[in-house]
Write a protein that binds this ligand. Sequence first.
Ligand code: IPD
Ligand code: CA
Ligand code: CA
Length: 259
Amino acid sequence: MSLDTIAHVALQAAHRGGRILCGYFGNLSRIEKKGRTDLVTEADLASEKAIIETIGVHFPHHGILAEESGRHGGDGRGVWIIDPLDGTTNFAHNLPVFAVSIAYAEEGVVRHGTILNPVHGELFQASAGCGATRNGRPIQVSGTSRLDSALLMTGFPYDLDDVLDGVMKRLKACLGAVQGVRRPGAAALDLCDVACGRCDGFWEERLKPWDTAAGALIVAEAGGRVTDFGGRPFLPEMPAILATNGTLHSALRDLLNPS
Ligand code: IPD
Ligand code: CA
Ligand code: CA
């Protein structure tokens, strides 16, 4: 399967999803709860439908793993991993920090990632072995080598009850060592920010494949390093992610695993 064709279809699908999101932004009439704090809106559902339709026209035999409709179709070899709206809580509060995230994986290995921030018109793409781009131009991770100069991003799981202590310990360790920590609210965009050097590292636990599949490849292709908190090479089914510029990876890993 040509990755150029995959990238082209991912781009079309992301733009369709992005247009739908922008149409609903500030005009939501339906917001429902999937959990105590986990929301789903009509925008999530409409964007996902359009993305899946677009992919289906070109690749009717591929599988889908999408946040709102789950796993369906395909023979399991080529699978599209879709977050139709990453940053739903921001979206529901009219905070313009959200994205569409689309990855394509073959035999469990992510081969392509596309992330679109439709508000800023920023498109991040990477195909395995081909580098990463922002609006068509190559990007790379930062060269920051000192913890006290590092800007980090993180996120907090919806379901915090049994992990709150660990989350707070890790946050405290990082806050005490680095220049700053931000929590923008869309994991896919946090990963793009690592990839293009706007921040030096991102960590979060309890994420899902649709939050990380595209972004992890974009960081890796931009020259960064992506693992779980223990340093194992990252796979989208892993719930914890540490994505860095590479230089700071082991120092940040130590901060996330305080003894
Ligand atoms: C969420 C966002 C958020 C992260 C959450 C994710 P959603 O995705 O990426 O930044 O902290 O853990 O679930 O629900 O907006 O698609
Ligand atoms: Ca998400
Ligand atoms: Ca989502």
